[in-house]
Structure formats: structure tokens, C-alpha cells
Design a protein around this ligand. Structure first.
Ligand code: ATP
Ligand code: ZN
Ligand code: MG
Length: 505
């Protein structure tokens, strides 16, 4: 990796007269502060000021460096040192840094297949596996905020993605249930719609659950709470369903799923007078004047809950948790989740608004590995003894972690994600059809780090397990049908009689 930076440091006063003192600081820096950070076993390297001239209040410098001390870090170190020393002796300091040219070259893992474009880069040139970029328009503040490293990482990631992006997530069978008796091969969504248990809409990818379907979903929720969460000591919280972007930046969702999020705008003002024109139009035309509405609302700075865990982590951001409270076991079942599924929408199982319980756990690695096993035992009890499903578990790496290059490698499979999948007979044979992921369970290091959640003494891990009520219901009904006569006893006992519903003529 090579860095070549030409910059102008502007001082608060004339510096031609003190040229000698400045040269001395620079030659000392070349030996000392611009070399700090080079590993012991490396002979030479770091950064060097290779040219410098003064001109009125300006100092022009050229820095060459390698990866041990990147040139933009070197210039910041030099600025500080010059301000300190020249301030003491001559009462002048550096007021600003202006980048005139910044050229960086580095090696890529592979030759890109197609052209790569990245913002903040003025010029990007790739010959073979060597990439040269010019990032001259970056400001001093952007350099200090580490833009350069992230630009380089993004280029590498994009090339990597050209080779490995299309790959499916890793999938490894862990356990599978016995085959179960299948009572029908219908798509339960279609049949429930025909019977009036559910109604499509009012907007795309949403359902209105009439009382019969609502009772089934709510029974699934009760089963999850009473058979899994309460016995394991989880405590319920209630969170906001509007998630500000900075929370999603911390979890990685903002870069992972911006194409699936639903965004929220706010009114620019609550003053009714300013809304008068829009109200007039609505009253007269019985339509919403969308262009005018657009002018009266803000661009989004938040989205609707995509998964409940980010806000739970946010609630503990920068907190130190007492050892006696570990593991922290929380769940939310109030906030619905919204995802723009577009062409993927299907039935009640892939919708734009769904209802999940999301348990989140934070604790030491040992505590969470024990908890993972306990959770799996409780899940097995529910899926085997109550719902009597045909299902399986697989170790997978979720797409957003793969994409962020953050696949957690643990040697073993304790960290990472387990998907729970159910056979849907209406989709075809067990062997050739796609099974439905009806929930998952994950363990990470990532979120306690990004939200800076600490304990008194131990390193903390965290995880979550998304219990999708629509998916539990879709899996159950696809295998057992919608006639309670064929439902397993454990479920019948809990659901009781289905409501009569409304007879619509
Ligand atoms: P998929 O691969 O099916 O899109 P996902 O990986 O996006 O799932 P996660 O983000 O892991 O799903 O969410 C966890 C759980 O949330 C899923 O196991 C499922 O129960 C539920 N879920 C996710 N997306 C939907 C959806 N569009 N409709 C209904 N439930 C969903
Ligand atoms: Zn989660
Ligand atoms: Mg998805």
C-alpha cells in the first residue's frame, strides 16, 4: 500500500522567516513521530515528508508513506507538532490543511470483472490487481474521520462481491424431525382468504386478520411466551417502532437492507394554517395532492422497525451491566416489522408487515451458549409436542453479515445463526421444494461492540431469535390444514373454539 499526499498547511502568520525551525521539526518528525506504529519486526517504513517549501503563511508539503503510518494520519500528527513547537517559540499555529493531491495505491484480492465506482474518489484506476485512487477532494475532517480506510475497504468489498456476491448463504443441516402425517396439500393463505378468515390489504403485502386467523396467531404468541420465554426467565419490554438511522448505522442494517426498509417522514410544521391549502384540495377533490404533501413533509430520518433487536440494543448503549443482571433476557412482542419484499411477497408467510416476538439476550459467551441450548430444547418441545411440525434446523450465515464481511468465525458453530425451517406440502415434495424459514436464532459479538455494552468484568456477547407469528402459522396450517379436527391435541387445547366470525352476504 502506498500513499502520496501533497497538502498546504496554512499558518496564522508569516512563516518564511522561521523556515529553519520548521525544517528542523520536519526532519525530527521524519525520524520520530512519523515512524510510530511500525511493527518491531519491520525494518523500514512509516511516513516521510519528502519535500517542503514555505510561501508567505503557507507550508507546502509532500508526504510518502506505507500502510504502517498512512499519509493522512501523518499530516495530522505533523500539524499538531508544528502548532505546538511554533506556537511556543514564534506564536504561530496551523489553521487548516488543504489537500492538493492525494494518491493511494493498494493491491486487490482479484481483478475486478467490471468497472468499480465509489463516492469521494476523483479517479479510480485498476491495472491487474493494483488499484490506484485519487481522493483529493476529501476535507481535513473527512480524513480525520477515517474516510480513506473505509473507501479502500469498500473498493475491496465491491471486487470481492463480484466474485462471491451471488452465492447463497452457507447452509448446513444440524437436526431434523421425523416425517409427520400430512393431511392436505393446500396453500393455507388461499383457503383462509376464500373462507373470509383473512382479507388482503389495505396496501400491498399486508393482511387484515379477521377473528379466526387472529386467534390462531395470538395462540402462537401465547405458546411462545408461556412455553419458551417465561420458563427461561425472559422479561417483556415495549419499544418504539420508529427507528432512527443512527441506530441502524450501529447495527449495520442501514448498509445491509436500505432497499427493504420502510421510511418515515414527519410534517414540516404542525401549524394548521400552513396545511390549509392541502386540506382545501382534499375536501374538494377527495384525493391527496401528493406533490404538495411532499413539500410539507421532511425527508425521512427514521424507518419502521425491520427487526426489534436494534432498539433493544440501543436502549443499553454505553451501559455497564451488573454481573447480577447477566444474562439480560428481554423480548418485544408489540412492535410489528415492516419490510419491502416487492416481488418476493407470498401468502401470509412473506409479507410487508408482520408480527414477531423478538427475544434478545446479552451475556457472557458461556451463558449464551447454555441459553442457546435451552432455547433449542424449548423450541423442540413446542414444535414437536404442541404443533407436531415436520421441521429442521440448519447453521447459516445471514446475508447481511456476509456482505459486511463480518461472518463470525468461531472455529465451531456456536456463534452465527441457526435457521428453523418447515416443510410446506403445497410447494411440492420434501426433497425438491423450498422449506419455509419460520424463525431463527443468532449469537454474535458484533452488537455489544457496536453499542458499547459492557459488564463489570467479562466480555459480553449477544443474540436474538425472531419468532415470526405469520410463519409459525403458515407452517402449521400448511401441514395440518385449517380444519381443527386434524389439529394436534396440544394446539387444540390452547386455541379453544375458534370465533364464529362475521357472515358477509
Ligand atoms: P427470509 O430469508 O425468509 O427473507 P430473513 O433472513 O429476511 O428471512 P430474518 O431477518 O432473519 O429473516 O428475520 C427473522 C424472522 O422474521 C424469520 O425467521 C421470519 O420468521 C420472520 N420474517 C422475516 N421476513 C418476513 C416476512 N417478509 N414476512 C413474514 N415473516 C418474516
Ligand atoms: Zn434480531
Ligand atoms: Mg428477508
Amino acid at each position: 500500500m502506498e500513499f502520496e499526499l501533497e497538502a498546504v498547511l496554512s499558518f496564522s502568520g508569516e512563516i518564511d522567516e522561521i523556515n529553519d525551525d520548521i525544517s528542523k521539526v520536519i526532519s525530527d518528525a521524519n525520524e520520530d513521530i512519523l515512524k510510530r506504529g511500525i511493527p518491531n519486526d519491520v525494518e523500514s517504513g512509516g511516513a516521510s515528508v519528502v519535500e517542503h517549501t514555505t510561501d508567505g503563511k503557507d507550508l507546502h508539503i509532500k508526504i510518502s508513506s506505507d500502510r504502517y503510518v498512512r499519509a493522512h494520519d501523518a499530516v495530522v500528527r505533523l500539524r499538531k507538532k508544528l502548532s505546538q513547537d511554533m506556537g511556543k517559540k514564534h506564536h504561530v499555529g496551523v489553521r487548516g490543511i488543504n489537500i492538493e493531491r492525494y494518491q493511494i495505491s493498494f493491491e486487490l484480492e482479484d481483478e475486478p470483472k467490471t468497472q468499480i465506482k465509489v463516492p469521494y474518489v476523483d479517479n479510480l484506476n485498476i491495472i491487474g490487481k493494483t488499484c490506484s485512487i485519487s481522493v483529493t477532494s476529501l476535507t481535513e475532517e473527512q480524513l480525520q474521520r477515517n474516510f480513506v480506510d473505509r473507501i479502500i475497504n469498500r473498493i475491496k468489498e465491491k471486487v470481492h462481491h463480484q466474485y462471491y456476491g451471488g452465492k447463497e448463504e452457507k447452509w448446513e443441516l444440524v437436526w431434523e424431525s421425523e416425517k409427520k402425517d400430512i393431511v392436505w396439500k393446500e396453500d393455507p393463505t388461499k383457503v383462509m382468504e376464500e373462507k373470509g378468515w383473512i382479507k388482503k390489504g389495505p396496501t400491498k403485502g399486508k393482511w387484515f386478520y379477521r377473528s379466526q386467523a387472529a386467534k390462531i396467531l395470538k395462540t402462537m404468541e401465547d405458546i411462545a411466551v408461556s412455553e419458551i420465554l417465561e420458563p427461561l426467565g425472559f422479561e417483556e419490554i415495549i419499544e418504539s417502532m420508529m427507528v432512527p438511522f443512527d441506530v441502524w448505522i450501529d447495527t449495520g442494517h442501514m448498509e445491509g437492507i436500505p432497499n427493504e426498509a420502510y421510511y418515515i417522514s414527519e410534517p414540516r410544521t404542525r401549524d394548521p394554517d400552513e396545511w390549509e391549502e392541502i386540506v382545501d384540495e382534499i375536501k374538494i377533490s377527495r384525493e391527496v395532492p401528493i406533490k404538495k404533501l411532499d413539500k410539507m413533509t421532511t425527508p425521512p430520518k427514521a424507518g419502521i422497525c425491520y427487526a426489534q433487536c436494534p432498539v433493544i440494543y440501543w436502549s443499553l448503549k454505553n451501559c455497564t451491566i451488573s454481573d447480577s443482571s447477566l444474562p439480560v433476557l428481554l423480548y418485544d412482542k408489540t412492535s410489528p416489522s415492516a419490510r419491502y419484499e416487492s416481488g418476493g411477497r407470498h401468502g401470509i408467510e412473506r409479507v410487508d408487515e408482520f408480527h414477531r416476538i423478538e427475544p434478545v439476550y446479552i451475556g457472557t459467551k458461556e451463558q449464551l451458549i447454555d441459553l442457546k441450548n435451552d432455547l433449542i430444547e424449548r423450541y423442540k418441545h413446542v414444535f414437536e409436542d404442541i404443533l407436531e411440525l415436520e421441521w429442521r434446523m440448519a447453521n447459516v450465515t445471514p446475508f447481511y453479515l456476509q456482505q459486511a464481511g463480518e461472518e463470525e468465525k468461531d472455529g465451531k458453530t456456536e456463534l452465527g445463526t441457526v435457521d428453523f425451517e418447515a416443510y410446506l406440502p403445497y410447494r411440492g415434495t420434501r426433497e425438491n421444494s423450498e422449506w419455509l424459514e419460520f424463525q431463527n436464532l443468532s449469537l454474535f459479538k458484533k452488537y455489544t461492540d457496536s453499542f458499547n455494552i459492557k459488564s463489570q468484568t467479562r466480555e459480553l456477547y449477544s443474540g436474538c431469535t425472531g419468532i415470526g407469528l405469520e410463519r409459525w402459522t403458515a407452517a402449521f396450517l400448511a401441514q395440518k390444514g385449517i380444519d381443527p379436527k386434524f389439529w394436534p391435541e396440544g394446539f387444540v387445547k390452547r386455541v379453544g373454539d375458534l370465533p364464529k366470525g362475521i357472515e358477509i352476504l
